[in-house]
Design a protein around this ligand. Structure first.
Ligand code: SF4
Length: 305
């Protein structure tokens, strides 16, 4: 297992480089000229087409959408043995600048001025949807409350994420434009079901590893009314097969229960990237009063089809 990546993440959090980068982001407050004057290259400090300070704008799966990430596992209090074996942030992100930026983002998130700082960068970019935690998770109540405040202050943007920090999301009130989905796996699915039944909102997501027992998937579908978003385990050491064949087999195995399963279109059928897809961020049921439809002309009736 590639757990040096987790140890490396912790070392970077303690590094002078990460501490200085967090300080620079806070001092420059959305001023890109200020960032340019630092000794750091643009991909590290976050200037140019694909960055806005601590936000990286886009990746292969998301499309052109800003995201904010933290170090993997060490910021995930709800991590399970599944994460250590399969988390793509451990096995697939192999860019040292991204690792330093995650560490600096964690340090930034601990500051009292975190909300003002991240909003200062978001004010400089037009993107209406922001993904939290391509890597990392809500690591404390105070940190979750900071994103709740940030989303509350920018009701014109949607912030969305997936979490295994199930105890935290049960305790903190969040605005509707902070969309939090429950991330289930073979180790936490019973608790994921309990959490969804208590909150009654959001998707439940599950990363399917080809060949594994579908018992947890059945349990989730039988014990909730949730839509289950199925991802495909695609890290390098996962078993491989044709995604369309896997989808067909799963549909046959699950029978009528498969009607409540959304097979991730990007992973099972080379479909659109998240910025176009929107299953995770423009689902009508999450937004009782949909100003977003007016703002962006979004047809929310297509939510989970
Ligand atoms: S369902 Fe759509 S929005 Fe959600 S992760 Fe997959 S591609 Fe992205």
């Amino acid at each position: 297992m590639r757990l040096w990546r987790v140890e490396e993440a912790q070392r970077l959090v303690e590094s002078e480089l990460a501490a200085d980068l967090a300080e620079v982001w806070a001092r420059c407050r959305g001023d890109f000229h200020c960032l340019e004057k630092t000794p750091y290259d643009s991909a590290l400090v976050g200037v140019g087409r694909w960055w806005a300070g601590p936000f990286t704008i886009g990746n292969r799966k998301l499309g052109e959408m800003p995201f904010f990430s933290l170090p993997p596992v060490t910021t995930c209090p709800g991590h399970t043995p599944f994460c250590l074996r399969w988390c793509y942030a451990i096995y697939e992100v192999a860019n040292w600048r991204a690792h330093v930026r995650e560490a600096a983002s964690y340090l930034l998130s601990q500051r009292d001025d975190f909300v003002d700082v991240v909003l200062s960068y978001l004010a400089k970019i037009p993107h209406p949807v922001v993904r939290l935690h391509v890597s990392g998770d809500f690591y404390s109540r105070a940190y979750l409350e900071k994103w709740a405040e940030a989303a509350g202050r920018r009701p014109d943007k949607i912030f969305y994420t997936y979490t295994k920090s199930l105890d935290l999301i049960r305790r903190v009130e969040t605005p509707e434009n902070l969309v939090i989905h429950i991330s289930a796996d073979p180790y936490n699915y019973v608790k994921a079901v309990e959490t969804w039944r208590e909150l009654g909102r959001g998707l439940i997501t599950y990363v399917y590893t080809p060949g594994e027992d579908v018992g947890p998937i059945r349990y989730i579908l039988e014990n909730t009314g949730a839509v289950l978003l199925l991802f495909l385990n695609h890290v390098q050491h996962a078993p491989r097969d044709d995604p369309r064949k896997i989808r067909t087999q799963l549909r046959a195995t699950l029978g009528p229960q498969a009607r409540r399963v959304v097979f991730d279109p990007e992973e099972f059928s080379s479909g659109p990237q998240c910025v176009q897809c929107g299953v995770c961020w423009r689902t009508a049921k999450y937004f009782k009063d949909p100003p977003y439809r007016k703002t962006w002309g979004i047809d929310m009736r297509r939510s989970t089809s």
